[in-house]
Design a binder for this molecule. Structure first.
Ligand code: PEP
Ligand code: MN
Length: 368
């Protein structure tokens, strides 16, 4: 499937310099008029920040947590805009949120990760957005499902939403790491590949979960050619009513932005171009050799399946599998390849081999 979206460039995202990413910054939640205004004043002083984010209705994991200030927060955002010129971005999860945001002149809407995971919710939001020209940013779903993410974009687009972008915020971590959400970068890269004109932002705050990791994720996103960042910033993070550990003060955010290294997507330098071309040629040739060898390996797996079938021997041979893993790990390790990578690679190869043998041994007419 090669999906197509009928989208327009996000004109509102024009930034001052050609290489500077778009930065949306602001508190996880609007809490008080004072908190929002003082945060916005400080952020508006930072070069490159033109859009303020603020959660007005908060999707909380457990009840009895702070669930947002609601409509009054939209009025504070209007005040912010009048005073600082900052545009506003707000999360919507229900048609009523859309209606209130439109009524209060909110500039950009975003759809949160939990909503993207639910096609019913997306369909309702899409209906509420019918005939309305407002930029909508769609966060990836909490589970690592690119199709679901694409489905949300398609539903919105079918409803006439033309100015769209996405925000990558990582996925629920089934394995424990130092991060709050796992940055399965391949999900965002797949979206970039399928929709080359779509604005793709990264939300390093919700990936990091702790303020000390926000920089490394932001830099990684810039290195991967993301068009911009959405970063949580609060005038006094220690007192924040949601996501206190991951919010930066405006001053810290300024420092973070100054320390980011920007690289160009490409270079016209002839030496760079020719070295890159040569390396790519070699990589192409290696990739095809890898595939050729994998094809031969699977051919041998087929032969083995036939011997096993004739001798009525089980498919899975645990000792052999253990030996494969150990010897390949040692061999790869000596060539500087990370253990986790080798393990994952051979698990995939082994899974495919088992699958192939199962099919061959259970083929009708192959009864033993
Ligand atoms: C947020 O941006 O504050 C938020 C709730 O994010 P997410 O939907 O990515 O969890
Ligand atoms: Mn948050």
């Amino acid at each position: 499937m090669n999906p197509k979206l009928n989208t327009l460039p996000l004109a509102v995202f024009a930034t001052s310099g050609p290489l500077k990413p778009l930065v949306i910054a602001g508190p996880c939640s609007a809490e008080t008029r004072e908190q929002l205004l003082s945060t916005a004043r400080a952020l508006s002083e930072i070069d490159g920040i033109h859009i303020l984010r603020a959660g007005i209705w908060k999707p909380r994991t457990r009840p009895n947590s702070f669930e947002g200030v609601g409509e009054i927060g939209l009025k504070w955002l209007q005040e912010v805009k009048a005073e600082t010129g900052l545009l506003s971005a707000v999360e919507v999860a229900k048609p009523a949120h859309v209606e209130l945001c439109l009524k209060h002149g909110i500039d950009i809407l975003w759809i949160g990760a939990r909503s993207t995971a639910n096609p019913f919710t997306i369909q309702e939001l899409a209906l509420a957005l019918k005939g309305v020209d407002i930029p909508v940013l769609v966060k990836n779903p909490v589970n690592p499902d690119v199709e679901l993410w694409i489905g949300a974009l398609e539903r919105l687009n079918k409803s006439g939403v033309k100015r769209m972008g996405v925000i990558f915020r990582g996925v629920f971590p089934y394995e424990k790491t130092h991060l709050r959400n796992l940055p399965r970068w391949e999900m965002a890269i797949e979206i970039m590949r399928l929709f080359p004109d779509l604005t793709v932002l990264c939300d390093p705050s919700h990936i990091a979960g702790k303020k000390e990791y926000v920089f490394e994720i932001a830099q990684r996103a810039i290195d991967l050619n993301f068009h911009g960042l959405m970063i949580e910033s609060h005038i006094n993070p220690a007192t924040a009513l949601s996501d206190a550990a991951q919010q930066l003060t405006p001053l810290e955010l300024k420092g973070l932005l100054q320390n980011l290294k920007f690289r160009t997507a490409t270079s016209q330098n002839p030496e760079f171009v020719s070295s890159l071309e040569q390396c790519r040629e070699k990589i192409n040739s290696i990739d095809f050799q890898v595939l050729e060898l994998l094809g031969r390996r699977m051919g041998l797996v087929k032969e083995i399946a036939e011997y096993k079938r004739r001798n009525n021997v089980t498919i899975l041979q645990l000792r052999r599998w253990e030996d494969i893993i150990n010897t390949r790990l040692a061999f790869g390790h000596n060539r500087g390849l990370p253990d986790a990578f080798i393990k994952q690679l051979f698990e995939m190869i082994h899974k495919e081999a088992i699958q192939l043998q199962t099919e061959l041994m259970n083929k009708p007419g192959n009864g033993s």
